[in-house]
Write a protein that binds this ligand. Structure first.
Ligand SMILES: C[S@@+](CC[C@H](N)C(=O)[O-])C[C@H]1O[C@@H](n2cnc3c(N)ncnc32)[C@H](O)[C@@H]1O
Length: 251
C-alpha cells in the first residue's frame, strides 16, 4: 500500500483543505456570533475591526456587510484566497496574508479579535509578540477579544484520550488522540482506502494552555483589565474548563 503523510500546520494548504472540510459553519452561526460580538463590544457601524487568524473570512465579510471597516489577516495562502473571495465587492473589507506577530498597526482598531484562535502551534516567544501586537492594535476605549478554540486545557482534558476506528465511505479511519502531561495534544489518524490501495496518515501536535497559563501569557504580553467569559453573551467563566473568551477593554 502507498502511504501519504500529512503534518498538520496552519501554513499548509493541505491542512486547511482538510480543516475547512470538517469545520463547516452555517451563515446563521456566523450571523449570530457577529450579533453577539457587536453587543458585547458596544460597536456601531463605521467602527474599525481587526480579525486576527480570520480563516476563510466569514466574519470579516459579515462585519463588512453591516458597515464595519474590517481588516482580516491570516498566515495561510488558502485562507487568504478564500477570505478575499468572501469579501469581494465589500469595499469596507481588506484581507492581508500576515502573521499576528507582524501586525504593523498601533491603536487603530475599536475591536481586535481572534475567533477559534489557536496559540499552541506557535513557540512561546512568538505567542507573546503575537498577543502584544494584537493588544497594541486596539485603539483607546477599544476592545480586545480572544476566543480560544475549544476552550482551555481543562476542557480538552475531559475529551481526551480518543482511540477509535470507524468506516466512512468505504474507508477505514483509525484515530488516536491523547494529551501529554504538559498539555501537548498528539494526534495520529490513519485513513485506509482499500479501493486506491492508499493509507493517508495525519499527524498533529499542538500545545493547549490552562486558563491560568493563558491569563499569564496575556498579562505578560501587556494586556490589561482581562475578564474571562464562558460565552459571547458575557457570562463569566466559573471554572477553567469553561474559559473560552478573554476580553479586555482598553482605557
Ligand atoms: C481554527 S481557524 C479559525 C478561523 C476563523 N477565525 C474562524 O473562526 O472561522 C484558525 C485560523 O488562524 C490562522 N492562524 C494560525 N496561526 C496564525 C498566526 N500566527 N497569525 C495569523 N493567523 C494564524 C490559521 O491559518 C487559521 O485560518
Amino acid at each position: 500500500m502507498k502511504v501519504v503523510q500529512h503534518k498538520f500546520l496552519w501554513e499548509n494548504d493541505e491542512s486547511h483543505r482538510v480543516f475547512w472540510e470538517f469545520r463547516r459553519r452555517s451563515s446563521e452561526e456566523v450571523f449570530r456570533d457577529v450579533d453577539k460580538i457587536l453587543t458585547l463590544c458596544s460597536l456601531s457601524p463605521g467602527s474599525r475591526i481587526l480579525d486576527v487568524g480570520c480563516g476563510i473570512g466569514l466574519h470579516v465579510a459579515e462585519f463588512g456587510r453591516r458597515g464595519f471597516h474590517t481588516t482580516g489577516i491570516d498566515i495561510s495562502d488558502f485562507a487568504v484566497k478564500k477570505a478575499k473571495e468572501a469579501c469581494s465587492g465589500l469595499t469596507a473589507c481588506r484581507i492581508f496574508k500576515m502573521r499576528g506577530a507582524e501586525i504593523p498597526w498601533v491603536g487603530e482598531f475599536d475591536l481586535v479579535l481572534g475567533l477559534e484562535h489557536v496559540l499552541g502551534f506557535m513557540a512561546l516567544t512568538e505567542i507573546r509578540i503575537h498577543l502584544q501586537k494584537m493588544w497594541e492594535a486596539v485603539a483607546p476605549k477599544g476592545t480586545f477579544l480572544l476566543h480560544i478554540a475549544g476552550g482551555t486545557l481543562e476542557a480538552w482534558r475531559q475529551r481526551y484520550p480518543v482511540n477509535k476506528w470507524e468506516t466512512q465511505n468505504g474507508k477505514y479511519v483509525l484515530v488516536d488522540k491523547h494529551l501529554t502531561e504538559d498539555g501537548v495534544k498528539k494526534e495520529r489518524t490513519l485513513i485506509i482506502d482499500p479501493s486506491s490501495d492508499t493509507i493517508e496518515e495525519y499527524l498533529e501536535e499542538q500545545k493547549y494552555y490552562t486558563c491560568a497559563e493563558t491569563l499569564k501569557l496575556l498579562t505578560e504580553s501587556g494586556v490589561k483589565n482581562i475578564q474571562i467569559m464562558s460565552d459571547l453573551d458575557g457570562n463569566a467563566a466559573r471554572e477553567g474548563k469553561e474559559a473560552c473568551f478573554f476580553v479586555a477593554y482598553k482605557q
